[in-house]
Design a protein around this ligand. Structure first.
Ligand code: SF4
Ligand code: SF4
Length: 209
């Protein structure tokens, strides 16, 4: 795929978008619906769940005492199971095979004061936090998740911007929206034409079946 100078790949173009416009929106206008899991959920494996809740478990007084006595691991495992049960009973966690779905609760790594992720730069952060809300997969194309406020408001501009970044067509886009799991094939030339020919074109035109 041929790209404008400065961009070596579509992944790089997406990373650039995320670190500029999206990042500014996240830290400014957004109410952080993704980290508060409002209308969203996150599926993680046990290791990732422990990573997210680990500090809470380790902060439990019982764990502190046990760690000093040399039986910290066993107590950690016990406290972790208790936490999972509690979240499950409270409707914040659902077991799905060997994964856990977190919902209707704020991510424990979300810092309410700074409105930011405490583990943003930690490589152990769940990969889904990295890919949300714009990602690219070979064979699938660009996936835009309109459950993100920024994508919801700017998805058309994102498509345009990424399309313009690419010298050649064709890239496909998929939009996941709160009101529809929508997937539409997308051709950059058609899109440019639509923008020129139909100034009143609206989002619903794309998403209506
Ligand atoms: S919902 Fe979107 S804009 Fe808001 S914090 Fe999450 S990624 Fe950023
Ligand atoms: S780990 Fe960070 S980015 Fe991921 S849901 Fe939690 S607070 Fe948000």
């Amino acid at each position: 795929m041929d790209l404008l100078p400065g961009m070596n790949s579509i992944e790089e173009a997406i990373a650039n978008l995320k670190s500029t416009e999206l990042s500014a929106f996240c830290l400014g206008e957004c109410k952080k619906s993704c980290c508060l899991f409002e209308g969203l959920s996150i599926a993680v494996n046990e290791e990732q769940l422990k990573f997210l809740y680990g500090p809470q478990v380790e902060a439990a007084a019982l764990y502190g005492v046990a760690a000093k006595m040399g039986c910290g691991k066993k107590v950690y495992a016990y406290l972790f199971r208790k936490l999972v049960d509690k979240l499950d009973k409270g409707g914040s966690l659902k077991k799905e095979g060997d994964r856990y779905r977190l919902q209707n609760t704020a991510c424990p790594q979300y810092d309410e004061k700074t409105k930011a992720c405490r583990v943003h730069d930690d490589p152990k952060r769940p990969p889904v936090c990295e890919t949300f809300p714009i990602s690219y997969r070979d064979g699938t194309g660009v996936i835009l998740d309109a459950r993100c406020s920024y994508v919801y408001q700017h998805w058309e501009d994102i498509i345009l911007s990424l399309t313009m970044t690419l010298r050649e067509k064709t890239i496909s886009f998929k939009v996941i929206a709160p009101f529809i799991i929508g997937i539409f094939p997308y051709d950059a030339n058609d899109y440019r034409k639509m923008r020129n020919d139909a100034p009143l074109f609206t989002m619903s035109s794309y998403l209506d079946p």
